[in-house]
Design a protein around this ligand. Structure first.
Ligand code: AGP
Length: 611
């Protein structure tokens, strides 16, 4: 989710690039840089930190430059440092590139290039591309980019410049967006629209597998065989704020809709296409260490804690290791019984949550290995843990966590399968079913996020928004999802939503069920299906209005409830990845109907860095 800007024209490239990068900082940044064409050489300035930090590091002599490229980085491979910041360049710095995406075969290519005598300056996957292009460069940058991109596997939005071709930008796009901006006597390229709007609203979108050559006079688009493509001009109507949200009204909805891609990115490179085995090469835990584990403690806060509850269920089922799940603020003060044969897993989107950090430090003081699941490369949690399993959700801006939560579930499923494989404790048929089920999730999530689903849920929320309290109920894995659904509704609509184990209603909460009160029931777990149905009947008998989220094939549900939302059929262990999405949309549309502040709800912060 990095930010990319390229400019060629008669203006001051430095200023244009820096202003463009500032418009992309919402996409996350931990370092930034620019490369300018100036007097037959490239001036490269880069800095860890924000674009403002980059401004202080800029080479003044570049102020008259008329072409260049810029980048704000959201680190994936390599910590946020000056050296790892983009642009990356060839050995002699005649070629510089900026890149968004993940080069999956970067290690193999790096080894080959090192053998050929190339010298690397960073630990990033991207730098491999700069040296590859250098290898193929024979005076035409576009030709060299064609050949280099052909050699890489993975996602790539790339813009390259050469000191030998003043005024020319060369681009390539695969899986990661690039948009060309057409100005008067100047042209631009960016990873996202906000960087273009100060200069032009006339754009041409690069499609997957396409390339472009851009100069101040114009832009040509090519397919991978070098054939020119005649692409129509697309006029941008959005204002800057809408553009930052990708045209959505709120970051939360944008991030809900990004979940198929976030899940796909988090799965990328982590399932061996041949064997179907989970490969977590980033973890240093040996099979012997995993075999020796007597207990796992999952510690987190809020939504991350709810992900941990599901992590417990799948790790115990597949790896047969007892798991305890704690809210971090409780864990630290309950004098937990720990020993070196236990593993602590801390889950934190931001990687900066004070309570979770304190729990991590407590576990380390008692000689436990700590594995962190986090979304931010270089975060404190990632630096203090022994092992890190990153989620690749990209920057999550809305306070209410959605795509980060979903990718935390994916990371926990992968971990459970990986541990189960190491301990030989997972049934092979179940493993195969789950691995193929994981691969199917991005497509199934797209189906759940269809226009028809959104309008159905929005209609229900017009009704729900009129209530001041609501219940979420479920059993087994459905109960963990109910807890997450209740938190989402609470934190952005301010309705007092409560999650309860469906079997517990008769032990007290049923007293609160009165005529019409909204009850959202999760019904996806076969083993407890009949029991959950009878709990729904208990609610119906007292006038509660039940909205059920269930799976196609669970036919008896519709007859028992006021309305039902069907999910595509999936293995019930993976059902939470699908069933939580309607609850996210219910909280979003209910908050919308109530006019509350969705991306920045009252009293809350995105990362709670205080106790
Ligand atoms: C999620 O919707 C909440 N905003 C909050 O519960 C959050 O999950 C919690 O503060 C933990 O944050 P972390 O994942 O960054 O550690």
């Amino acid at each position: 989710m990095c930010g990319i800007v390229g400019y060629t024209g008669n203006g001051k490239a430095n200023a244009v690039l820096v202003e463009g990068l500032k418009k992309l900082e919402y996409r996350g940044y931990d370092s930034a840089g620019v490369a300018l064409q100036h007097e037959n050489r490239l001036l490269i300035s880069k800095a860890a930190g924000s674009v403002s930090d980059l401004e202080k590091a800029l080479d003044e002599s570049g102020n008259r430059a008329t072409a260049g490229i810029g980048h704000t980085r959201w680190a994936t491979h390599g910590r946020p440092t000056d050296e790892n910041a983009h642009p990356h360049s060839s050995c002699g710095k005649e070629i510089a590139i900026v890149h968004n995406g993940i080069i999956e075969n970067h290690q193999r290519l790096r080894n080959r290039l090192l053998d050929e005598g190339h010298e690397f300056r960073s630990e990033t996957d991207t730098e491999v591309l700069a040296h590859l292009i250098e290898t193929y460069y024979e005076g035409d940058l576009l030709e060299a980019v064609f050949k280099a991109v052909e050699k890489i596997e993975g996602s790539c939005a790339l813009v390259a410049i050469s000191s030998e071709e003043p005024g020319r930008l060369v681009c390539a796009r695969r899986d990661s967006p690039l948009i060309i901006g057409l100005g008067e006597g100047e042209n631009l390229v960016a990873s996202d629209i906000p960087a273009l709007l100060a200069h032009t609203r006339k754009t041409k979108v690069l499609e997957d597998g396409e390339f472009a050559s851009i100069t101040a006079e114009g832009a040509e688009i090519y397919d991978s065989s070098g054939r020119v493509i005649d692409r129509e001009i697309f006029e941008i109507k959005w204002d800057i704020e809408a553009a930052e949200k990708g045209g959505f009204d709120h970051f939360m909805l944008k991030e809900i809709m990004e979940q198929p891609d976030a899940v796909k990115e988090t799965l990328r490179q982590r399932v061996d296409p041949e064997s179907g085995k989970v490969i977590l090469s980033e973890l240093g835990l040996t099979a012997e260490e995993i075999g020796r584990l007597e207990k796992i403690h999952i510690i987190a806060c809020g939504t991350a804690y709810h992900a941990g509850l599901l992590g417990k269920a799948v790790i115990e089922k597949l790896a047969k290791i007892p798991v305890e799940v704690d809210v971090a603020s409780e864990f630290r003060y309950r004098e937990p019984l720990l020993n070196e044969n236990h593993l602590a897993i801390v889950i934190s989107q931001s990687g900066e949550t004070a309570d979770t950090l304190a729990a991590l430090r407590l576990a380390r003081r008692q000689d436990l290995k700590v594995l962190a699941i986090t979304n931010v490369v270089g975060s404190t949690v990632s630096r203090e843990a022994d092992e890190v399993l990153y989620t690749w959700a990209g920057p999550e801006i809305a306070v209410a966590s959605t795509k980060a939560y979903l990718t935390q579930l994916i990371a926990l499923y992968l971990l459970a399968l990986y541990f189960g494989d190491a301990r030989g404790s997972a049934e092979p048929e179940l493993v195969l079913e789950l691995v193929s089920g994981l691969k199917a999730l991005p497509g199934q999530l797209k189906a759940v996020l269809s226009e028809e689903s959104l309008s159905r849920l929005r209609a229900y929320c017009d009704h729900l928004s009129k209530w001041e309290s609501a219940f979420f109920v479920g059993r087994n894995l459905d109960y963990a999802v109910a807890m997450e659904g209740a938190l989402k509704l609470k934190e952005i609509s301010y309705i007092h939503a409560e999650a309860y184990a469906a079997g517990e209603l008769k032990h007290g909460p049923l007293a609160l069920i009165e005529d019409g009160i909204p009850v959202i029931a999760l019904v996806t777990q076969k083993a407890v299906f009949e029991k959950t149905l009878s709990n729904i009947q208990e609610v119906n008998a007292r006038g509660g209005a039940v909205f059920a989220i269930t799976m196609e094939g669970f036919d008896d549900v519709a007859r028992q409830v006021e309305s039902v939302f069907y999910l595509p059929p999936a293995n019930e262990i993976l059902a939470p990845v699908l069933s939580v999405v309607p609850t996210q949309l219910i909280s979003y549309y209910t908050a919308l109907a109530r006019g509350s502040s969705i991306d920045k709800p009252r009293n809350l912060a995105k990362s709670v860095t205080v106790e």
